[in-house]
Design a protein around this ligand. Structure first.
Ligand code: BDR
Ligand code: CA
Length: 349
């Protein structure tokens, strides 16, 4: 939930390439149903909005949550791992294993978003202690094991920097065909948030993002263009609190922290729940509209480092020998998204 402009003022915000707005296309991401839940690994840096994304997944019978793996991002990885364990405990899902992954980027500086999420990653929340410990083999080995053991191909929802996913692809290339889809939060067609060029998750490890976007895996990119339409406000926080549950109280507290921060920073009365858009897309077939783009990641060290360069112009793609490598989120039905979150939390303890 990063500080944003008041997206409500923009009406139905659209993907904003200056020249060629790609038309909507059919989704390539699968979606789960209660009869055929999608096996899913969430790779995360919880994180205020990560916490809500994990809650949405925990409550959804359309998904079979195999693990939550952690990566340094919003906060130091040790905090992120502890947060993942405690959140799953609060959500009544101690059955889901947690394993810790990379502490920082493959190359270059460690980038944190503690100004956005607080030093611990979850604002001022004091989450109740969890009985479980992280799995000893670590995030990459656990992902590899789960993917190779799964009878069906597995989906991955990376909602932090892409370091663990790049390492997985490099260490276990033979498993790539067993990954059905990568539905990630990161990047943007338009402006960034951490810099004018780059969104946080991509800026935090551009080299890893480059590996992932070049991997040939089926990818959906939920970037800022769409996640800045997935907004909660005071009323939604109040509705979460009114549920009267432990999980509802946690979600309300995290949302209120983000709202307070945004109000102070920019006068905005809303907060984007970026990461939950990935999970929502894997649950609901027609909630998010996507368009096909070729996405390349800028790994240079100039002002555009971490930018996702999204090209959807057919002639130019042909001329350059590029094919689209990702579905990119461009529109979401905000009211439906908020209802989805509220109904999910109403099912959690
Ligand atoms: C992304 O960056 C993080 O701060 C959020 O958790 C989200 O994954 C938004 O840019
Ligand atoms: Ca995140």
């Amino acid at each position: 939930m990063s500080a944003g402009f008041n997206a409500e003022d923009l009406g139905r915000a659209r993907a904003v390439p200056a020249f060629h707005p790609s038309p909507a296309s059919d989704r390539t991401a699968p979606f789960g149903t209660p009869e055929r839940p999608l096996p899913l690994i969430i790779d995360s840096d919880p994180g205020l909005d990560d916490a809500l994304a994990i809650g949405l997944a925990c409550a959804s019978p359309e998904l079979r949550l195999l693990a939550v793996t952690t990566v340094g991002g919003n906060a130091d990885v040790a905090h992120c791992t502890e947060n993942a364990l405690r959140l799953l405990h609060a959500y009544g899902r101690d059955d889901v294993p947690v394993a810790e992954g990379a502490a920082g980027a493959l190359l270059g500086d460690v980038v944190r978003a503690t100004d956005v999420h607080g030093l611990s990653g979850v604002g001022n929340a004091q989450l109740p202690e969890a009985p479980n410990s992280p799995r000893p083999e670590g995030a990459i080995a656990l992902m590899a094991q789960l993917i190779s053991d799964s009878p069906e191909p597995v989906c991955i929802a990376p909602i932090g920097p892409l370091t663990n996913i790049a390492l997985l692809l490099r260490l276990y290339p033979r498993l790539a065909p067993r990954v059905e889809h990568v539905c990630l939060m990161g990047g943007s067609i338009g402006e960034g948030n951490t810099t004018a060029a780059a969104e946080f998750n991509i800026l935090a490890d551009p080299e890893a993002a480059d590996v992932v976007f070049r991997s040939g895996l089926p990818i959906t990119m939920m970037g800022l263009d769409v996640t800045h339409q997935a907004l909660l406000d005071r009323r939604s926080a109040q509705q979460l609190r009114t549920l009267g549950t432990r999980s509802g109280a946690i979600a309300a507290e995290l949302t209120e922290f983000a709202l307070e921060r945004n109000l102070g920073w920019s006068g905005s009365t809303t907060s984007a729940v970026h990461d939950a858009v990935t999970i929502a897309h894997l649950l609901v077939p027609d909630l998010v509209t996507v368009a096909r783009y070729h996405v390349a990641v800028e790994t240079g060290h100039g002002p555009a480092r971490g930018r996702t360069v999204c090209d959807g112009l057919p002639n130019r793609l042909r001329r350059r020998g590029f094919e689209a490598n990702a579905d990119v989120g461009i529109l979401i039905d905000r009211d439906r998204f908020v209802r989805l979150l509220l109904y999910a939390y109403a099912r959690l303890p």
